[in-house]
Design a protein around this ligand. Structure first.
Ligand code: FAD
Length: 411
């Protein structure tokens, strides 16, 4: 068994969108950070994300106007610069699925009111689509169809883009149990030991950033901390694949998006829809068969006339992980908790907020630590330690697909 020790100024735990943005921002600020990933990069939330760079639609529907809606409203412009490669980090190699999302409604009063709320409260106003330019898939939807400037990106290519430029700073372990945290006192991390069957790598960091999504809870426990408390908000996401048109957008109903559809192409060239929104929140309490029935009925109600013959359906469960709020409500902002000791704990709440979260983390770290000289050459164990791969999207992991209507007709 070989054993090697190294130091670093900041150690980031977790390589989803939050951890990778923080790593990149720290490196650009002159720090010498490392990142440990306990599985594949983005496992959990980022690889499941619909990739919509929200400009505040959901806050506008909720009627929330404040710091959260203001900061999210600035994000589309910032992301546009990164995606064009004119602002750091240069994300010009990230896949852009669509430059906008459609907004449409059903015949209910709530749905009409939702469209009005979106029109009046959003900073970037939705624009009505001329009837002849309406996408065919929404042809039978009642009322007007609008577009809103929400770019949709491929989250897997975002993870890859950020990871590729920092390969030498990334370390993979085969599950959280392959890491032991040594603390001097609760929240004061002295060292972390990474181990596999032949090697132990000990890292002595000055500061530690917990950015492990739902994994933060166990990391906090391991570091002897009971705070901050974390909440999980489960979703059952719907998926459709087959001969479908590409569609990105939301069917608005009152203060909610009844369905949110995003599209991609799978490894076999089939179009896949991910369906989130209220349907997936409601689906969290349903089993797979009951959910598919509900999803099919919601799709029929919100996209009348969609031909689903030959379409396959699937679902999967995923938790959104965030700092606890009263009533387990959706937080209005990303959170960074800097408890005593040398740890910061953060949750971005939304993928779109990760750049702002990273700015704030760097600012907080600058108050405690000066960027210094790099740790110098590291040894063989470090240099040969495995680097993490990027997670696959959920539709590539799902093996149980149901043919059209069989879930519904089985009942
Ligand atoms: C279905 C779904 C759709 C969404 N759609 C959107 C959207 O369209 N737009 C938007 O802005 N936001 C969206 N979000 C929210 C967004 O995806 C999340 O806020 C964001 O991805 C969270 O990123 P994260 O890095 O905090 O966590 P994660 O992406 O969950 O990453 C955590 C990482 O930490 C690793 N890890 C866990 N434990 C440990 C450990 N002990 N040590 C080291 N590493 C560990 C995990 O393997 C993982 O790689 C969506 C979320 C979900 C669930």
């Amino acid at each position: 068994m070989t054993r090697e020790e190294t130091t670093c100024d900041v150690l980031v735990l977790g390589g989803g969108v939050a951890g990778l943005f923080i790593l990149d921002a720290l490196a650009r600020a002159g720090f010498d950070p490392l990142l440990i990933e306990a599985g594949r990069l983005g496992t959990g939330q980022t690889s499941s994300s619909q990739g919509i760079l929200h400009g505040g639609l959901k806050y506008a529907l909720d009627g929330i106007v404040g710091r959260s809606s203001t900061s999210i409203a600035t994000m589309p412009v910032r992301w546009a610069s990164m995606l064009q490669g004119t602002a750091a980090p240069d994300l010009s190699d990230v896949g852009v699925h669509s430059e906008h999302c459609y907004l449409w409604r059903t015949t209910t009063l709530g749905s009409r009111l939702g469209m009005i709320a979106a029109r009046s409260a959003l900073k970037a106003k939705p624009r009505q689509v001329d009837p002849q330019e309406r996408p065919e898939v929404l042809a039978a939807c009642p009322g007007s169809v609008a577009v809103v400037d929400e770019t949709v990106i491929d989250p897997i290519s975002l993870l890859r883009s950020l990871a590729d430029r920092h390969q030498s700073r990334l370390l993979a372990i085969d599950g959280p149990d392959r890491m032991t945290i040594q603390v001097d006192q609760p929240g004061q991390v002295e060292s972390l030991q990474l181990h596999d069957d032949q090697r132990v790598l000990v890292i002595r960091p000055t500061l530690v950033v917990l950015a492990a999504g739902s994994g933060n809870q166990k990391l906090l426990q391991d570091a002897g901390c009971s705070q901050p408390a974390m909440q999980r908000r489960p979703l059952r996401m719907g998926m459709l694949r087959g001969d479908l048109p590409m569609l990105w957008g939301h069917c608005v109903d009152g203060a909610r998006t009844r369905i949110t559809v995003s599209s991609a192409t799978d490894e076999n060239g089939r179009v896949v829809w991910q369906v989130g929104g209220q349907v997936s929140e409601d689906g969290a309490t349903m089993d797979h068969d009951r959910f598919l029935e509900h999803l099919q009925s919601e799709i029929r109600a919100t996209i009348p006339g969609l031909d689903t013959s030959g379409i396959q359906w699937a679902s999967y469960m995923v938790d959104r992980a965030e700092e606890s709020t009263s009533g387990s409500k959706r937080p209005h902002q990303y959170t960074i908790n800097h408890q005593s000791g040398n740890m910061l704990t953060c949750w971005p709440t939304k993928l779109v907020m990760a750049p702002l979260l990273a700015d704030d983390v760097v600012e907080l770290i600058m108050q405690r630590l000066e960027p210094g000289a790099p740790a110098g050459a590291r040894g063989d164990t470090f240099n040969k330690w495995p680097r993490p791969n990027v997670a696959q999207p959920p539709w590539e992991l799902q093996s149980c697909w149901t043919d059209d209507n069989s879930a519904a007709t089985a009942r």
